[in-house]
Design a protein around this ligand. Structure first.
Ligand code: S3P
Length: 447
């Protein structure tokens, strides 16, 4: 990954685009891809993964598990992971560089917690600025130790133990990454490890652990809260994984088509896990013509084909409890809101401040730069749409793939082009973004 070397930056620009049309499949889901590699590495036997996202973040996970002693290889269009069994990873010979990948880092810490050796973790400037204490705190309660920079930030040295203590942990922030880290540590601890989440977050870890034969019990509590318990020290058994298309990547062509009158786009095989479906619900509330065809279950996840037609968007109020189910989609939803009649208020977005960049600030600055009406009040983002946008600006992508893609979609509806200073971060989650979008009719290309 070279996205920190300014001399090789890749500027790109988008300009006003005609109605989009076509049928496409976006790459595999990032969350599920990380987990498939990791759980394959912890299983006994060989796990075959089809549809793995070959983005930089996921390739970091593959490299980390190789460094921890697993054989991870491409086999035609599939990937194969030769697992070492729960607790069977070996001390890495060098620093593990997780690049831009927060999910890889946090879930890996949960895995490393159950291993009696020290690993040194680092990443790019974005990842090194992100809070890790939220994961280190529960893992320390279980017996793992870490020495890092202030706030538990990377680089850090992480030491696990064979004598983990199971805990019951209530999440202080709605984070699937923290939940997953504790459950993965719990896999290595004797007895029951429980995570209580006051607001439900994506449950790919729970689903896929079961798919690999672990005992995971999920109970619904009052007011939408959930309690997930894993029984530790059983074996995981290799199991094939089919990775559905990533709804967080589908969001970009989906919103682009929804904004442009006359568009008709079909996105096939998209993961419809309820913990990921907030953007779909929100676009429907905004009056988008969005239907779901061919609903089915693939690899333990609900999937379907999204059919979107452009035009007719109106503003809406997005409640804070919906945030976990669309946490990565707010930048592109905010772009959609510029094309909706009236005001869209997106509530309770504090977590956006600690993503790959401070996305609340990045989105507000991006929309203001093109002449949109936007404000931040506390943790709420407010966008009033319907006014023509000027564009003619260059947006700094801040090592943030979703800001880069949101800016390029925004430029499809501004009078003048919108450029990004560096499109390389897009490779972290959506290889082929530009060709997929231009194939639908988007005007994206060199500056
Ligand atoms: C992810 C969870 C989310 C999301 C991230 C992927 C996961 O983070 O933003 O892109 O795979 O568990 P948090 O759980 O920290 O909100």
């Amino acid at each position: 990954m070279h996205s920190q070397d300014p001399s090789t930056a890749l500027p790109l620009a988008s300009r006003v685009s005609p109605a989009l049309s076509g049928t496409v499949r976006v790459p595999g889901d990032k969350s599920i891809s990380h987990r498939a590699l990791m759980f394959g590495g912890l299983a006994v036997g060989e796990t075959r993964i089809s549809g793995l996202l070959e983005g930089e973040d996921v390739l970091r996970t593959a490299a980390a598990f190789q460094a921890l002693g697993c054989r991870v290889q491409r086999d035609g269009a599939d990937w194969l992971v030769h697992g070492r069994g729960v607790g069977g990873l070996v001390e890495p010979a060098d620093v593990l560089d997780l690049g831009n990948a927060g999910t890889a880092t946090r879930l890996l810490m949960g895995v490393l917690a159950g291993h009696p050796f020290t690993a040194i973790l680092t990443g790019d400037a974005s990842l090194r600025s992100r809070p890790m204490q939220r994961v280190l705190a529960p893992l320390a309660q279980m017996g793992a130790r870490a020495i890092g920079r202030s706030g538990g930030r990377l680089p850090l040295a992480f030491t696990g133990t064979e004598d983990l203590v199971p805990i019951e942990y209530t999440l202080p922030v709605a984070s699937a990454q923290v939940k997953s880290a504790v459950l993965l540590a719990g896999l290595h601890a004797p007895g029951a490890t429980t995570v209580i989440e006051p607001e439900p977050t994506r449950d790919h870890t729970e689903r896929m652990l079961r798919h690999f034969g672990a005992t995971v019990v999920v109970e619904d509590l009052a007011q939408g809260a959930r309690r997930a318990t894993v029984t530790g020290q059983g074996e995981l058994v290799a199991a094939p994984v089919v990775v559905p298309a990533d709804p967080s990547s589908a969001a970009f062509p989906l919103v682009a088509a929804a904004m442009i009158d006359g568009s008709t786009v079909t996105l096939t095989g998209v993961c419809l896990n309820p913990g990921r479906a907030g953007l779909i619900d929100t676009l429907v509330e905004m009056g988008a013509s969005l239907t779901i065809a061919n609903r089915r279950v693939e690899g333990g996840e609900p999937v379907g084909d999204l059919v979107i037609q452009g035009g007719g968007l109106v503003g809406c109020d997005v409640p804070p409890e919906r945030a976990p189910s669309m946490i990565d989609e707010y930048p592109i939803l905010a772009v959609a809101a510029t094309q909706a009649r009236g005001t869209t208020r997106m509530r309770g977005l504090g977590e956006l401040r600690v993503k790959e960049s401070d996305r609340l600030a990045a989105v507000a600055e991006m929309l203001a730069a093109v002449g949109a009406t936007v404000g931040v009040e506390g943790d709420d983002l407010i966008v009033t749409g319907g006014r023509p946008l000027e564009g003619g600006v260059t947006i700094g992508t801040r090592l943030d793939h979703r800001i880069a893609m949101s800016a390029l979609v925004l430029g499809m509806v501004t009078a003048q082009p919108v450029a990004v200073d560096d499109a390389r971060p897009i490779e972290t989650s959506f290889p082929g973004f530009v060709s997929l979008m231009t194939g639908l009719g988007a005007k994206i290309g060199p500056v």
